[in-house]
Design a protein around this ligand. Structure first.
Ligand code: UDP
Length: 237
């Protein structure tokens, strides 16, 4: 973010040909892993992300269980080969942060009180990254939870908006994230109209923030429609 000298908008088009309100191409599929209780694969531009969900199941270590509800546990991980410079394997500050905010984005929709002393485990594996992996990961994880049959009040859809060359734009890709001025990832439980993730990197004016927030919410709703279609498709005969 905030590196100078690259023109990101020319003749009203972005470097990949998108307009300011356009999402990158998105593909979703559920039930892709045999051994998980639920799973999903999401391609979002050049991001490729696998999510697996297990549970509700017995909690290990025991002392983290809750007597009156299930806990939701998330591990976000990037493969060493997912980015141009090899990513050192294992957890780092960034993956610990993304795991935490992803858990907080998903937990509000889970009917945790139905399964005391259990855990819903979610694993997000980023196979290829090109900005926006936390949004794609949350979107994939919600699909994997639905595929596992976890009782949920709602789905969670996620999308970011940012600022490039002084303009608010939907869904920044890698170069835009590197050379742009700001990024605002949002997650939304659409039926509850509850925002479950709101982060900001860079600088917006107040008006730009509001524009970006609205744009990101619009993106979430588009992603939500794709999620519903993906789930329905599995059960069509
Ligand atoms: N990235 C990278 N190496 C890393 C971490 C991130 O090249 O070790 C890239 C990757 O493409 C990622 C992007 O930087 O998607 C933006 O990362 P950020 O922390 O903003 O999270 P994201 O946008 O993926 O949610």
């Amino acid at each position: 973010m905030k590196k100078e000298g690259v023109k990101l908008i020319e003749n009203g088009k972005r470097l990949d040909g998108r307009g300011l309100d356009e999402l990158r191409p998105i593909k979703m599929e559920i039930g892709v892993l045999k051994r998980a209780d639920g799973s999903a694969y999401v391609e979002w531009g050049e991001n490729k992300i696998m999510a697996a969900c297990y549970g509700p199941r017995e909690v290990h270590p025991r002392h983290v269980e809750e007597p009156d509800r299930a806990i939701v546990r998330v591990r976000y991980n990037m493969a060493p080969f997912s980015v141009p410079d090899r990513k050192r394997p294992g957890p780092d500050r960034r993956s610990v942060e993304i795991s935490k905010v992803t858990k907080e984005a998903l937990e509000p929709v889970v009917l945790t009180h139905l399964f005391p002393r259990t855990v819903v485990d979610i694993f997000i594996e980023v196979l290829q990254a090109n900005a926006g992996t936390r949004c794609a990961g949350i979107t994939a994880a919600a699909l994997a939870m639905a595929d596992a049959g976890i009782p949920m009040r709602d789905l969670v859809a996620s999308c970011a908006a940012g600022k490039i060359d002084g303009k608010v734009a939907l869904d920044l890709m890698g170069l835009e994230d590197n050379y742009g001025e700001a990024d605002l990832p949002v997650a939304l439980a659409p039926n509850k109209k509850q925002v479950t993730l709101l982060q900001m990197d860079g600088n917006f004016t107040r008006a730009e923030f509001e524009e970006a927030f609205e744009k990101a919410l619009g993106g979430c709703l588009k992603v939500y429609e794709m999620q519903k279609k993906t789930i329905r498709k599995k059960y069509e005969v």
